[in-house]
Design a binder for this molecule. Structure first.
Ligand code: NAI
Length: 688
């Protein structure tokens, strides 16, 4: 019996066994998300089902990419105050309460993404069946948006699998596959695709006892145990995120510690806590960053290019890792260098990456098969994308392009990974100069999500679109930038790093400099970052950029490189390294750093950001914030440098910059770009 109704985003089919199959299929969207209107439609559907009294309910998604990816994050930005947020959250809780209270068994049939609100819905079902494959990912990643589960997720997961597993998932925001979810206990069966429907049907036809935690797991929620465990959780979280920057995980621990065991009270506290967090600055900024990421991802939709084969030339640090990453993401890869001996280490590194990421022997072997060493460069003729990653030498690159172009397919993209050479200096050897584009990866490739797509007025826009599409295909985040010195990321990082070197040279302990950058919210201190990048590379980039941007290169950096202190890779740079870890001598007792340390580093960075804005290094101001967060790790909870300027006030920052200029000289001279972000009118400026 088919009783499909006319609702747009979901519908129910009742089969011959009287099982109701409720399908989610959000219209005009490739992914199911729980907007307020979808939740309402779901609620009505549940009410109708109660009337119809089927034998059981199975919730499924019609989307190939997954079950439900979570709440509709865009709606979060429209919440104006705590009360409005609270009523939206409580409404969601009421809908899932209705699901949990159904008088017949319910099963969530999960494939692909089952995240946030999607998993909370599944947890409100009596059973969960997940597809057993690496593409099925379950998790509660709300902390990454500065909140925690609010639709009863923390209330249902903690008693189901115990606090250790539940809090681990919610505090880290990490996702797991179906098999791991079954081991933890919040999925009843993880089965291959072909058994999914039969498994769900069986649970309705012959309902087993719902899953119960082990005694030990149950004990973790006991009132005597909670204070102790809460302390452990807080300690673990504090190693990753400071409470003043990221309050959500701490708030979640409080909710659990105070209310676990009392479902109603915990639901209430969960909703109140999320309502507080969601209208706060951290959540709003993290949501902004998430949406910026979505914007950059969407750039890939401008082209229907479907690259399958990439040819990489240069199997060094970058080329080798780019090739490995592309193979990991499913592309066919040929990797060329001057000799097979130079390719071998890259293949070895690739194997290590595949082992770490893919874990099981068969996918590892398949990835290895996709990565073909090709020292003769036979792949050039077939490739959709050719990436050059040889030495940073314009002449070498140009002569390579001359050999490559006649052999490349007409429609193939020719890309360079250069970090400093303008496209204009490279392309005139080509018969079609407009085809050269920069695809600038960062080191380490597997970790750095951002990729700069470098172009100038000559570059064919379709080539740029193709480069972006390729970047999305390998699951990296494209940031279009102009072919100007340092592009965006290196250009903005450099003054910040160089100021840290100046500070160190003036006698401020390196550990103190790093500590202050961390306190601002950077993921790693600038001194350790310089050591990690390699001081020789820093010097090279600084000299290069210094010429263009009038940035002095500190003598201290030159001295260290001359002494062979190159940073982490040589065992010593600013710090010494023991087993790859920096030894950071603590500042002397009672040491009081000058007030200006943090400002000096951050304001130089911001000054360069507004210069980039003025010079249109990126297409949209928002791209600057996205690029800085994903390319430099700029404190995500601050929402990006431009948002930070807006929050603190451009006039305040300008005044501080002006003071530094007076005492420390022209490297602090405000860039004219501040006018673009300043709230001043011209009159006020001349007056002030
Ligand atoms: P690398 O020195 O590790 O590797 C370069 C490789 O290219 C060597 O294996 C060399 O044998 C090979 N090669 C040189 N000429 C060749 C030719 N004509 N044909 C085939 N192979 C040739 O260099 P790295 O660090 O990987 O840099 C490569 C490019 O990536 C440079 O343009 C660099 O500016 C850029 N880059 C480097 C980053 C880094 O952190 N190392 C970051 C981002 C970009």
């Amino acid at each position: 019996m088919d009783t499909q109704n006319d609702k747009r985003d979901l519908y129910t089919v009742i089969d011959d066994d009287n099982i109701a199959w409720l399908h989610f299929d959000k219209q005009d969207s490739s992914t199911n998300v729980l907007s307020a209107s979808v939740l309402e439609a779901f609620y009505e559907e549940l009410l109708e089902l109660v009337e119809r009294a089927p034998r059981g309910l199975v919730i499924v998604s019609d989307k190939p990419n997954g079950f439900i990816a979570g709440a509709d994050v865009r709606e979060f930005t429209r919440l104006e105050n705590h009360d409005q947020a609270l009523s939206a959250i409580q409404r969601g809780q009421a809908v899932f309460d209705r699901l949990a209270a159904l008088p017949f068994p319910s099963v969530a049939l999960i494939h692909g993404f089952c995240l946030g609100g999607g998993l909370e819905m599944a947890l409100a079902c009596r059973y969960r069946v997940a597809r057993d494959d690496p593409g099925t990912r379950l998790g509660l990643p709300e902390v990454r948006l500065g909140i925690h589960p609010g639709f009863g997720g923390s209330v249902r997961l903690t008693p189901l699998v115990g606090a250790l597993h539940a809090m681990d998932l919610m505090l880290s925001g990490r996702t797991v596959d179906g098999r791991a979810a079954r081991r933890m206990g919040f999925v009843d069966h993880a089965v291959p695709e072909r058994h999914l429907h039969a498994a769900a049907r069986a649970m309705i036809m012959d309902p087993p006892f719902p899953h119960r935690p082990s005694k030990l797991q149950a004990l973790s929620n006991h009132p005597w145990v909670r204070p102790l465990l809460a302390r452990v959780f807080r300690h673990q979280v504090s190693k990753k995120a400071r409470e003043d920057h990221y309050p959500a995980p701490y708030a979640l621990i409080d909710v659990w510690q105070e209310h676990a065991g009392d479902e109603r009270a915990m639901l209430h506290a969960e909703a109140a806590s999320v309502a507080d967090l969601i209208v706060g600055p951290t959540a709003q900024n993290l949501i902004r960053v998430f949406l910026l990421q979505e914007t950059l991802k969407a750039l890939g939709q401008k082209s229907d290019f479907k690259p399958a084969h990439v040819h990489v030339i240069g199997a060094g640090i970058m080329g080798g890792d780019i090739a490995a990453w592309c193979a990991l993401r499913g592309m066919r890869v040929t990797l060329a260098d001057q000799s097979p001996e130079r390719i071998a280490p890259a293949v070895k590194r690739a194997h290590r990456l595949f082992k770490r990421r893919l874990k099981r022997p068969r996918p590892i072997q398949e990835a290895m098969d996709r990565l073909m060493p090709d020292h003769k460069g036979i792949g050039v003729e077939h490739a959709d994308v050719v990436i050059e990653a040889i030495f940073e030498d314009a002449e070498a690159k140009r002569s390579l392009y001359q050999q490559l172009e006649p052999r490349m397919r007409e429609d193939a993209v020719l890309a360079t990974n250069t970090s400093s050479i303008p496209l204009a200096e490279l392309r005139d050897v080509l018969s079609k100069p407009a085809r050269l584009v920069g695809i600038h990866f960062f080191n380490p490739v597997a970790k750095m999500q951002l990729v700069e797509i470098v172009r100038d007025d000559t570059t064919d826009p379709e080539v740029v679109n193709r480069a972006i599409r390729f970047t999305r295909k390998i699951d990296r985040l494209p940031l279009p930038v102009t072919s100007t010195p340092g592009f965006l990321v290196n250009r903005v990082l450099m003054p910040y790093l160089l100021e840290a070197v100046e500070l160190e040279n003036e006698g401020i302990p390196a550990a103190e400099i790093d500590r202050q950058a961390l306190a601002f919210g950077m993921p790693m201190g600038p001194v350790e970052l310089a050591d990690t990048v390699g001081l020789d590379i820093c010097l090279h980039v600084a000299e290069n950029l210094g010429k263009h941007l009038d940035t002095p290169v500190p003598q201290r950096l030159r001295d260290l490189v001359r002494q062979g202190r190159l940073g982490r890779k040589s065992g010593e740079g600013f710090y010494q390294y023991k087993k790859g870890k920096a030894v950071k001598p603590a500042p002397p007792k009672g040491y009081q750093p000058p007030d200006s340390v943090s400002d000096r580093m951050i304001l130089r960075m911001l000054n360069e950001v507004v210069a980039c804005l003025r010079e249109h290094v990126v297409e949209e101001p928002d791209h600057l914030d996205g690029g800085m967060v994903y390319g430099t790790g700029f404190a995500p909870f601050r929402g990006g440098p431009l948002r930070y300027i807006e929050t603190v006030g451009a006039d305040t920052l300008l005044q501080r910059l002006g003071k530094l200029e007076q005492t420390l000289g022209p490297r602090f001279t405000p860039d004219p770009g501040w006018e673009l972000v300043s709230g001043f009118t011209d009159e006020e400026k001349t007056g002030g």
